[in-house]
Design a binder for this molecule. Structure first.
Ligand code: ADP
Ligand code: MG
Length: 242
């Protein structure tokens, strides 16, 4: 089976006038289907830069990136946009929902950009199922302003799944939530991962959030300095805990 992500010697250099800053300095890693991974590191370590590459929002200065078996290292912006629509779901710290738009229509939105045609009735049925899946079956017609932060993030998670992505990328998904709501959202990610085999990468600077995943990849100064299994991984594999 294909890895969902394979990075080989990824480098990214930003050029500002005659200055150049190398932000990623040779990152290599693989992520298997069904893994739940945290990408962590201090501020400035290169997390957002790597996230932008993984999310096909930008391309590396050098190195190779295969997404679900496709070499996406050197695609044009239009080709990258298409890859995003076909392969990726995004969840952001600030939810990024459309205001004055129902939860159901927010979840349907990515289909407007899909390259394939979709049956509208079937799409609405699927959006409704996803909202039920994230616990908002009674809130289909609510607009973002009528929902709590945690509920808005649930809508965003449902939206991220409408295209059946190979990979869900979540950038500080609990950064705007209180600690109880954060735990609930992390629990939802865990369930989607465990029950539906979703591949998830969560970018976070928060060690507690990072611990929710089965694997933690830590960046420091543009390099992977740690790649370890967590207690959550032991719990799922049924290994005895000390
Ligand atoms: P993190 O998300 O881990 O805080 P970033 O990837 O945002 O780290 O940034 C890593 C480094 O790259 C920082 O030193 C930042 O100043 C620099 N950087 C990020 N984006 C740009 C850019 N567009 N142009 C120049 N430098 C950048
Ligand atoms: Mg960042």
């Amino acid at each position: 089976m294909n890895e969902v992500i394979r990075l080989e010697e990824i480098r990214k250099t930003y050029h500002l006038g005659d200055q150049s800053v190398e932000v990623l300095k040779g990152v290599s890693l693989g992520i298997q289907p069904g893994e739940m991974v945290s990408l962590t590191g201090a501020s400035g370590s290169g997390k957002s830069t790597l996230m932008n590459l993984l999310g096909c929002l930008d391309r590396p200065s050098s190195g190779k990136y295969w997404l679900d078996g496709h070499d996406v290292s050197q695609l044009s912006p239009a080709q990258r946009a298409r890859m995003r629509g076909e392969k990726l779901g995004f969840v952001f710290q600030s939810f990024q929902l459309l205001s004055r738009t129902s939860a159901l229509d927010n979840v349907l939105l990515p289909l407007e950009y899909a390259s394939h045609t979709v049956d509208r009735r079937e799409a609405r049925r699927r959006a409704q199922q996803l909202l039920e899946r994230v616990g908002l079956g009674e809130r289909l017609d609510h607009e973002p302003s009528q929902l709590s932060g945690g509920q808005q993030q649930r809508v965003a998670i449902a939206r991220s799944l409408i295209n059946r992505p190979a990979l869900l990328l979540a950038d500080e998904p609990t950064g705007n939530l209180d600690s109880k709501t954060s735990r609930e959202i992390l629990q939802l990610f865990k369930e989607l991962h465990r029950n539906e085999g979703l591949t998830i990468v969560i970018v976070t600077h928060d060690p507690h959030v990072a611990q929710a995943a089965e694997r933690i990849i830590r960046l420091s100064d543009g390099l992977v300095v740690e790649d370890t299994r967590t207690d959550a991984a032991l719990a799922t594999s049924g290994a005895p805990t000390p």
